[in-house]
Design a protein around this ligand. Sequence first.
Ligand code: HEM
Ligand SMILES: *[C@@H]1O[C@H](CO)[C@@H](O)[C@H](O)[C@H]1NC(C)=O
Ligand SMILES: *[C@@H]1O[C@H](CO)[C@@H](O)[C@H](O)[C@H]1NC(C)=O
Ligand SMILES: *[C@@H]1O[C@H](CO)[C@@H](O)[C@H](O)[C@H]1NC(C)=O
Ligand SMILES: *[C@@H]1O[C@H](CO)[C@@H](O)[C@H](O)[C@H]1NC(C)=O
Length: 332
Amino acid sequence: MTLFFHSLLLSLSLFLSSVPKFAVASGQLRKGYYSETCPEAEDVVRQVMRTAMAREARHAASVMRLQFHDCFVNGCDGSILLDDTPGMLGEKLALSNINSLRSFEVVDAIKEALELRCPGVVSCADIIIMASRDAVALSGGPTWDVKLGREDSLFASQADADRIMPSPRANASFLLSLFDQYNLSATDLVALSGSHSIGDGRCFSIVFRLYNQSGSGRPDPHLDPEFRAKLDTLCPRGGDGNVTGGLDATPARFDNQYFRDLVRLRGFLNSDQTLFSDDERTREVVRRYAEDERAFFDAFAQGMVKMGDIYFYRKGEIRKNCRIVNGRSAGI
Ligand code: HEM
Ligand SMILES: *[C@@H]1O[C@H](CO)[C@@H](O)[C@H](O)[C@H]1NC(C)=O
Ligand SMILES: *[C@@H]1O[C@H](CO)[C@@H](O)[C@H](O)[C@H]1NC(C)=O
Ligand SMILES: *[C@@H]1O[C@H](CO)[C@@H](O)[C@H](O)[C@H]1NC(C)=O
Ligand SMILES: *[C@@H]1O[C@H](CO)[C@@H](O)[C@H](O)[C@H]1NC(C)=O
């Protein structure tokens, strides 16, 4: 069994080692997948999201981010939700995720509500896709039809997450080539980065650009001085890396404020500001979305569907508990 898993993981990581442009096997995903087997699935997901957001608006951002972190690492297969086991280092403690990804308990609450109504039917991977759509819609953003029918993975890979997930230090040309490997265009990259219209980031993710951009000993030159002074106060040198600030000026509302901020050099993350400041392929798109929220909303909805299409068919299951592969008990 262990050997089987090792060789599976090995061949998988060889396959993905350069994240090649792959033919995505998403053809069988479809709208209304649960219309016979669990017709109320989408309503249940939305209701639990609504309740969670009433408790804390940020759950919307934290849940929606899970779609990105799930889909980019071996496809949208719910692998991000698996807890570590003694035999498997999962993705939760990977560099980009540790002390950062959150709201797993909201996904658990959705799963519990669905298991009560239609046990063993709705995958955790599909829950992420539905809940992300609802998170955006309930934050004032666009809505879209989701394609469903994914199965949950039998394993997760911390090594793959570490290798693939981009750092907040990433520049535009790096991000363009990363997204291109998933057949996501410059427009998709900019639109999907607009997800940072909601939610927060930690000082840990920006202190390098406040005090030592690219090892220069200087701040990022593409920072409005007044905004930089605010960030310096929020995140003093040597301060608490876990303190958070809004990723844009209106972090509870899904709107185009994020792009308006970027054109004024008020982006929170380096990976955000670089889209306006460092590359003309993305700069024009940022400008367009800063002026036209409708255009942003349309492109965002399309980008989320495309990202949801990153999916490989391999033996999976419908997990009973999103944190654990079926047939194993917690912590084993
Ligand atoms: C383009 C490359 C991206 C990079 C480098 C990036 C990086 C980051 C970083 C560093 C944070 C803050 C984490 C922390 O400080 O704890 C963050 C937060 C967030 N990211 Fe991204 N991200 C990217 C793309 C995306 C995409 C495509 C989505 C979803 C479609 C997304 C959704 C979010 C959300 C919603 C938050 C806020 C989460 C919260 O408040 O809990 N990001 N991202
Ligand atoms: C990439 O996207 C284009 C346009 O959206 C589509 O026609 C093409 O089939 C996609 N290729 C893959 C490998 O998914
Ligand atoms: C962007 O980042 C990559 C990888 O970190 C680096 O090799 C490249 O030189 C950078 N490009 C620019 C234009 O700064
Ligand atoms: C800035 O970063 C460079 C390279 O990473 C490092 O050598 C230097 O010590 C850092 N300077 C400060 C003041 O932290
Ligand atoms: C943030 O908090 C976690 C858990 O409390 C701690 O382990 C970690 O070191 C802190 N991270 C930073 C960057 O301060």
